[in-house]
Every structure is written in structure tokens, then in C-alpha cells.
Design a protein around this ligand. Structure first.
Ligand code: CO
Ligand code: CO
Length: 345
């Protein structure tokens, strides 16, 4: 039976906003027995974007998976966004995705055409990325879910961990913030179509271009800004690297409509979870507005890359990124570890 129900109405929380909080995850995975292997260059304990396993002197395997309930009503667009988001974790390691598997859950009442459109969106993005989808697994369930398990490759010496930032680095961000706020407010019909279309295009944009430019520079560290928000992912980068990250709010790219909506109190549940996780490590200067701080905690779906690059190369890297990705901004800098891992100024 064909259903007319809007896709997002079937989802309790949208996109990466459905991600379980970082603090909760750490607790749940504590104390499990695992094998030690020196070829495992990045494992779960590093809270990084993907795992990395060295195969030869020249090749390391990058693996990751990401999936979530519908964040938009258009099934094709939903498929595109879910795939772009899943592939992003390979780009965030400096790698190139090569193979992927579909992960899908569909309500029994969902029409065949809707399912096909979701998959078509996924294949479309995989094709654009040069990735081959080789299979997958689909189950029935109450809430639709779609995403990919992705395998890619990176040179073992060129892995971009989220724990490599060094004092003196500049931080670049390649996509504007506010996606969680906009998609939450959109459910209540409070966002103009033109604004939403811009947000949708942004989420469906692969981080491939950002990755391809970034790897030409001596980047120290990279992560993609997704469910934990800029402050959550920034917190992981600062903690892992043993440095303090300064975020300069006047420079941070965001959707101005999202700032207005945040000011009116439209925040996704994930923003509160992210605040709970990271706020203990964050010092905020009085001049920063509450709404701006909310955007820094806002969970992003298929967000941009946060790149730590030495100051000497930062300008050239920024300019090259801006040619292809005009929203890219210099958003802060890295210092020796101070009392707080994150300072918002
Ligand atoms: Co990630
Ligand atoms: Co992920």
C-alpha cells in the first residue's frame, strides 16, 4: 500500500540530531575486551571519525558507517544527504572512499517508489564520489533509516586524525552552521523555502572537494562537524590533541535565519545533549550571545570539515578552499593547553 505520510513525520529526531550523545556512547562502550593490533592506526578509543587499519606500507583501510532517519521529506534528497554524510567520515580522515554498502530500514507501509527514490539518491552521491555500492542490508521497522557503511583508503602516513592539532595552527570550517535549528524549525513550517533549499543543497554537498584541496597542504588534524556540533567535535579535537582551541564567533559561518530561530528558542534536542557533553570544557566570553552559543552546539547533518593547518599555510589553504567552497572561513586558532580545552570569544 502506497503511503502519503511525509517522510520527516515518521522520524522522531532528524538526521545527525538522532545521534546518541558522545558522553552516553563512551559509557556504553567502556570495559569491553578487544584485541590489540599495531596495524590498527585509529580505533574506537580515539573517538575519531573512522577506523584506520594499515594493510601495506602504502595503503591503509578506512572504515566507517553512518545512518539516520529522514531529515527531509523528498526521498531522493534524503538518500543524497545520508550518503554524503556517511562518506564524509572517510574524507575527514584525509582518505578516499571506494566501496559502500547500503544500510536501510523501511516501514512495511512505505511505497516501493519512495524506497527506490531513497536508494537512487544514495547511488547518485556515491557515483559523484567515485564510490561503488556493492550491496547492503534492508530490514522492516517502524521508522525509516538510511545510510552507508563505507570503506576507503589513505596513505598510512597521511592519516588526518582529530587529535593532531598543534599550537600555532589555524582552524578552517568549510560549511556554515545552523542545519539542526533550520531542520527542526522547518518541521513547524517556520522556515522560508529558499532558506531551506540552501540548507538542503549544503547537506547534499560532498566533503570531497574540501578533502581534495586540504590534502595538498600540511594539515595537522581534521574532523567533520556533525551530530556533536562545532563545540562537541572541537572538544574532541582539543582534548585528543592536548591543546586549547579558540573559536572566534565573529568569523564563524552560519545561516543568519538559524541564528534568529535559535534566538526564539528553536533548538533540536541534540543541541542540549551536546551542551551537556562539552560545556564543562568550554569558557565563553561575555560578549558572545546565547543564540550564537546555541549554534555552536547545534547538531549538523553532513556538516563541513574542521581543519587545523599551520599558520604559514593557512591563508593559501583558505583561499583555495574559498574558490570552490565560498562559505569556508577561518574560525579560530590553537594554543598550548590552557585551563579550558575550548574558549569561545
Ligand atoms: Co565524523
Ligand atoms: Co560518523
Amino acid at each position: 500500500m502506497e503511503t502519503e505520510v511525509k517522510l520527516t513525520k515518521l522520524a522522531a529526531c532528524a538526521g545527525c540530531g538522532a545521534k546518541v550523545g558522545a558522553g552516553t556512547l563512551v559509557q556504553m562502550l567502556e570495559g569491553f575486551q578487544t584485541h590489540q593490533d599495531e596495524k590498527l592506526l585509529v580505533g574506537y578509543d580515539k573517538s575519531d571519525d573512522a577506523s584506520v587499519y594499515q594493510v601495506t606500507e602504502e595503503i591503509a583501510l578506512v572504515q566507517t558507517t553512518d545512518f539516520f532517519p529522514p531529515i527531509v521529506d523528498d526521498p531522493f534528497l534524503y538518500g543524497q544527504i545520508a550518503a554524503a554524510n556517511a562518506l564524509s567520515d572517510v574524507y575527514a580522515m584525509g582518505g578516499e572512499p571506494k566501496l559502500a554498502l547500503n544500510i536501510m530500514c523501511i516501514p512495511e507501509t512505505m511505497g516501493k517508489e519512495t524506497v527506490q527514490e531513497i536508494l537512487r539518491g544514495g547511488y547518485d552521491k556515491a557515483y559523484e564520489a567515485g564510490v561503488i555500492i556493492t550491496g547492503g542490508h534492508t530490514i522492516h521497522g517502524a521508522e525509516p533509516i538510511y545510510g552507508l557503511a563505507v570503506s576507503g583508503f589513505v596513505h598510512p602516513k597521511k592519516v588526518l586524525k582529530n587529535c593532531g592539532a598543534k599550537p600555532g595552527d589555524c582552524l578552517l570550517l568549510t560549511k556554515p552552521l545552523g542545519i539542526g535549528v533550520l531542520t527542526t524549525a522547518a518541521k513547524a513550517g517556520l522556515v522560508e523555502d529558499a532558506v531551506l533549499q540552501k540548507a538542503y543543497r549544503q547537506m547534499a554537498t560532498l566533503n570531497k572537494t574540501a578533502r581534495d584541496i586540504m590534502v595538498k597542504y600540511p594539515v595537522h588534524s581534521c574532523t567533520d562537524v556533525t551530530g556533536f556540533g562545532l563545540l562537541g567535535h572541537g572538544y574532541e579535537m582539543a582534548q585528543g590533541s592536548g591543546v586549547t582551541i579558540h573559536l572566534q564567533t565573529e568569523q564563524i559561518p552560519y545561516h543568519k535565519e538559524a541564528l534568529e530561530l535559535a534566538d526564539m528558542g528553536f533548538l533540536p534536542a541534540g543541541a542540549y545533549r551536546n551542551r551537556e557533553y562539552a560545556s564543562k570544557g568550554v569558557r565563553v566570553k561575555e560578549t558572545v550571545s546565547r543564540a550564537m552559543l546555541d549554534l555552536l552546539y547545534d547538531p549538523q547533518t553532513s556538516g563541513g570539515l574542521l581543519i587545523a593547518v599551520p599558520e604559514a599555510q593557512a591563508k593559501a589553504c583558505l583561499e583555495e578552499l574559498q574558490c570552490q567552497l565560498p562559505a569556508t572561513r577561518f574560525v579560530g586558532y590553537v594554543t598550548e593547553q590552557e585551563e579550558n580545552p575550548l574558549i569561545v570569544e
